[in-house]
Design a protein around this ligand. Sequence first.
Ligand SMILES: [Zn+2]
Length: 76
Amino acid sequence: MKEIIKAFLRDELEQYLTSFGLIEDFKNNLLKCHICEEIITRKNLGALTKRNGKLIIICEKPECFQMLSANENNEE
Ligand SMILES: [Zn+2]
């Protein structure tokens, strides 16, 4: 199973978002949960992980985290 970053520091988060070119989207409330497509903010950000060089972000809902974990396990 790939690393899923569940708990992270604010600086770490911004570093990730910046390196993937998503920081502006995040600041403008344009980032969506990979699973349920809810807008991601600092308050509801649940986890992020890398997949195929892309950054996958999900909200804090347990369903979304479970779904992400399930997907990770099914992947080669
Ligand atoms: Zn979600």
